[in-house]
Design a protein around this ligand. Sequence first.
Ligand code: SAM
Length: 301
Amino acid sequence: ADYSGADATVQATNDSSIVSKASTAAAGYFEDAFVGHVAVRGPKGRLIRRSPLVHRCYYVRHLGVFQMQETFLRSCISPGDPYNVVVLGAGFDTGALRRGWPQGLRGYFEVDFPAVLSRKAALLRQAQVLRPDWLHSCGADLRDTAEVEASLKHAGVDFQVPTLLIAEVVLAYMEYKEGNALIEWVAKSFPNCLFGVYEQIGPHDPFGRFMRRHFIQRQCPLRALLFAPDLEAQRSRFRSFDRVDAANMTSILAAAPRDELARAFQLEAFDEFEEFHLKCVHYFCLAAMSGTCTRAKRQWE
Ligand code: SAM
């Protein structure tokens, strides 16, 4: 990656996840006509191919985020009502373009470091992808909530209308206290929201926080993930919200339609069931809700 400065390693985590998303889409797990335009390419400009285990894990991640989007769209707003989508640490994710957003969308706001967002915009321009006028790039450092707020206000966010916020593997790259400050800021700023989070959880480990900080400061974000807090600790970070639903990825799978899972799981020969199970119990989805969005239907046990 061509990022520079102290946050380059964190910004580069996006490059690795977008390669996996592009590989998973190319293998047929989900449809995405845009991800190939932004994915970092391998030798001779070819898409880099990941293993079937990685594909399954990204497929489950896709299902989890999709389920949270659906919950918001189906039960937090009525047809035609105004709403926003705000993606924190959006990276090169193509959710804005990939799915049809129903009527009422006031704006789709992607927040990330300016260097990441301008690279993404350049890649989409190069591929001649038309940018819808409701899609806004909000360059900001998520550790600075005043900057995030100013950037969103500048782009025209209406903080009062129901808002779907998504943070997909983002909080894990921030210091615990900085992540908590961002969560508190969301709770305070969006009185009617569903904040959907997809992250890693670790087994309870008294040295976990210390080790996370050590690896974050040493710019080893992937190692920092190994010391993620457990599910109960994660839930308690969102206690300012009116309601919090959280479940690991085995529950997300259980909530997915059987025929869809059958379709996806016959796409490739697969024999790494223990590893897949382990991955599923080490990642989770969490939906924190406030105001009118607390009426969302519960979908995970
Ligand atoms: N959410 C995207 C996805 O799932 O494809 C990208 C995930 S990537 C692993 C993490 C993203 O969070 C990167 O794009 C990184 O730049 C962004 N990020 C992490 N810390 C950030 C911060 N302090 N300010 C702004 N963006 C941040």
